[in-house]
Design a protein around this ligand. Sequence first.
Ligand code: CAA
Length: 261
Amino acid sequence: MEWKNIALEQGDGWALITIQRPKVLNALNRETLEELEQAVDQVEADEKVRALIITGAGDKAFVAGADIGELRQIPSAAEGERLAARGQALFSRIEELDKPVIMAVNGYALGGGCELAMSGDILIASEKARFGQPEVNLGVIPGYGGTQRLARLVGKTTAKYLCLTGEMITAEEALRLGLVQKVVPHDQLLEEARKLAELLAQKAPVAMRYIKKAINQGAETDLQSGLRLEASFFGLSFDTEDRIEGMDAFLQKRNPRFRGK
Ligand code: CAA
């Protein structure tokens, strides 16, 4: 499929979605949200794709937020709420995708861009990346999950500090806060993301799916319920052919070949 603001390419077991609206630093308008969802649908349906990378086009921005020109036209609270629900639903879908999602953050990840990044499973940032929730400077609050995911990732007080001040932080600071998992030189970002995606593409797909579910769902519950969830997914993983393959491969001292079954 051809899109205006999104490019989708595929490699060995992975797919790469690039958000490309360079004139507005890849800001997310409604059309881009729709196209992003269609690209995610396509990735989800394709069994050959075992890991997804999302990045922004160009040298400067991952995504500089929701499109402020479009936000300015929103006439009412109800319409604002509907837009937030739209973006939140898409980012939750990305978070809950059956395959691991790597966010390759190549520059500004602000507002909706930071919120999109936080819906990924693993965040790799270029040294040039900058993170922030500057909505307060526009007289609004984060709407695509920023107050919730940021607080869960870095704690309530740091999330309040970042959302109240609108301050931007560097990739190194984001690493220190646990918001990103790795910082790499700018020109190596995509190569690092692809290497990681290729590594993940070799892992057992069903186990990866259950790991995501156990951590995502477990993080929203108490420890005992989380442990029950883990036991249940652990049990389910024994129903797969891949666990026979994985264990046989270990015992036979060879590399496993997982088929996602
Ligand atoms: N929406 C629309 N246009 C945007 C944009 C956005 N979020 N971010 C940047 N642009 C546009 C600029 O208006 C500018 O357009 P022109 O060339 O036509 O003037 C172009 O992109 C380049 O931007 P700058 O000239 O501003 O570039 P800079 O290097 O001086 O600054 C920046 C870069 C610090 C990222 C700055 O562009 C900026 O602050 N952008 C807005 C960031 C922001 O507030 N994001 C939050 C949006 S609200 C939101 O996301 C709500 C939500 O939670 C869902």
